[in-house]
Design a protein around this ligand. Structure first.
Ligand code: FCB
Length: 475
């Protein structure tokens, strides 16, 4: 891989060598920031149930209040305006709009996002909207959740409602965020809501998420949506050794993490090695003729969320009896041979892996639509200095080096249009509660005060400098 592409001399040191017109954003998700979990008619989601179940999240943390963005969205839009981002990625709370998942919409919920989108546009920021960032209405989970096709159909109706109401103001629609996590962390590992540990159920969930995506794309198109895509957490997977066993383990991990999504979405087929990965479980009765055509509808962009690479080795299955295996029990162990710094999530910092991932994706899929980095960022143990400022040089280095890695991929022919930092604010990091701070802006969870960190000021400088370069190029 080439070295990091950065160039000084345009105002900001280490400005990544990204193409003119490259766009910069910041991202959040509804359950992680909104709070107001029972206000103004919002219904419960699986994350309310899960986080309120003892032992499920660190210290029993919930999203009941989170960053109280529901009541402080004006202040947060002002922070975005100060940051100077071109675009902001937010998610709609399905249970705030449709408290029972289907049926009558909640007028107060509809109004909330009207105000938010209007404020963003007034601030000169283009909204990118995720329809599903993991907060399934509990009423739908009670009827089977993503294990059943009805949830995919309900998702399509919800997409139609959202597109009809907000389509005039949304630049970019993202149907699902990281369906890997919804299906496999939620229904197989059980670390996320709804906390199930299943084989068939999780594979059915993966399929119904894809069908739901395809049906939602159809609704978004019918409503005249501008740009439609999906955000996948694709993994760059290395084998622990050159042994045939480890290489076979890497292939199984590729199927589990990447191909289960990229093959149906981008190539119109199921992964070639799914039987090696899951045996007979892979191809279940949840698949129907015609589904691949629905799932594979053309996309305007592919969203890629990237944080770290993984290394895998062959390992015994956790359950000896195939009947007891969850969908993530594919005979693979994750190792961490990376002798690099790690974030507080325990994730190794390896920016070059992002270049490898993008270049490989492009090589495998000649018809790859333009790519957006829909999430990238890092959690560190930030400290507040006596003068109230937050110096976070490790986060700045992480973001700078990953943008440079994107620039390397662009130089190698991958069409990447923009990148969103995860996250605008410190927020509720799912099962890790409030322990992991990813924000460009610090949130004090006692007072809910917001303090821009050094990384916020750095990112603003980078955006300004890149914009100047774009203007220069246009002259
Ligand atoms: C991703 C999620 C996002 C955030 C980051 C750290 O998997 O999409 O909500 O939690 O990880």
């Amino acid at each position: 891989m080439p070295g990091h592409r950065t160039s000084g001399g345009t105002g900001a040191p280490d400005l990544p060598d990204l193409p003119p017109g490259f766009r910069f954003g910041a991202a959040t998700a509804a359950y992680q920031i909104e709070g107001a979990h029972d206000r103004d008619g919002r219904g419960p989601s699986i994350w309310d149930t899960f986080s309120h179940t003892p032992g499920r999240t660190l210290g029993g943390a919930t999203g009941d209040t989170a960053c109280d963005h529901y009541h402080r969205h004006r202040e947060d839009v002002a922070l975005l305006r100060g940051l100077g981002v071109d675009t902001y990625r937010l998610s709609l709370s399905w249970p705030r709009l449709l408290p029972r998942g289907t049926g009558p919409a909640n007028p107060a919920g509809l109004d909330f996002y009207d105000r938010l989108l209007d404020d963003l546009l007034a601030a000169g920021i283009d909204p990118a909207v995720t329809l599903y960032h993991w907060d399934l209405p509990q009423a739908l989970e009670d009827r089977g959740g993503w294990r059943v096709r009805e949830t995919a159909e309900a998702f399509a109706s919800y997409a139609a409602l959202a597109a009809g109401r907000y389509g005039d103001r949304v630049e970019r629609w993202i149907t699902l965020n990281e369906p890997y996590c919804s299906a496999f962390v939620g229904y197989a590992e059980g670390r996320h809501a709804p906390g199930a540990r299943e084989g068939r159920g999780a594979l059915a969930a993966a399929h119904h998420l894809l069908v739901g995506h395809g049906l939602a794309v159809r609704e978004l198109r019918a409503a005249g949506a501008r740009e439609v895509g999906i955000a996948l957490n694709l993994d760059r997977i290395h084998a622990a050794s050159g042994s045939p066993e480890d290489e076979a383990a890497r292939r199984r991990a590729e199927v589990l993490h990447n191909e289960v999504w990229t093959e149906p979405l981008l190539a119109g087929r199921y992964p070639a090695q799914e039987a090696e990965t899951w045996g007979g479980l892979a191809d279940g009765p949840w698949r129907r003729p015609g589904d691949l055509a629905v799932i594979g509808a053309p996309l305007d962009f592919l969203g890629v969320n990237f944080y770290r690479p993984v290394t895998v080795a062959a390992a015994p299955h956790r359950a000896a009896d195939p009947a007891d295996r969850t969908a993530v029990d594919v005979g693979v162990a994750e190792l961490d041979p990376y002798g690099t710094p790690h974030t507080t999530m325990g994730w190794p910092v390896v920016p070059g892996a992002l270049t490898e991932l993008l270049v490989d994706l492009h090589a495998r899929h000649p018809q790859l639509p333009p790519v957006w980095i829909t999430e990238n960022g890092a959690a560190f143990a930030d400290e507040v200095a006596p003068d109230g400022s937050v110096h976070d040089p490790a986060r700045i280095a992480y973001l700078r080096d990953h943008l440079a890695a994107v620039a390397d991929a662009v130089a190698l022919g991958v069409d990447v249009r923009g990148a969103y930092v995860w996250s605008l604010l410190d927020n509720f990091e799912w099962a890790r509660g409030y322990d992991q701070r990813f924000g460009l802006v610090r949130v004090d969870y006692d007072t809910l005060n917001r303090t821009p960190k050094d990384s916020y000021h750095w990112y603003r400088g980078l955006i300004t400098a890149h914009r100047a370069r774009t203007e220069e190029a246009a002259r």
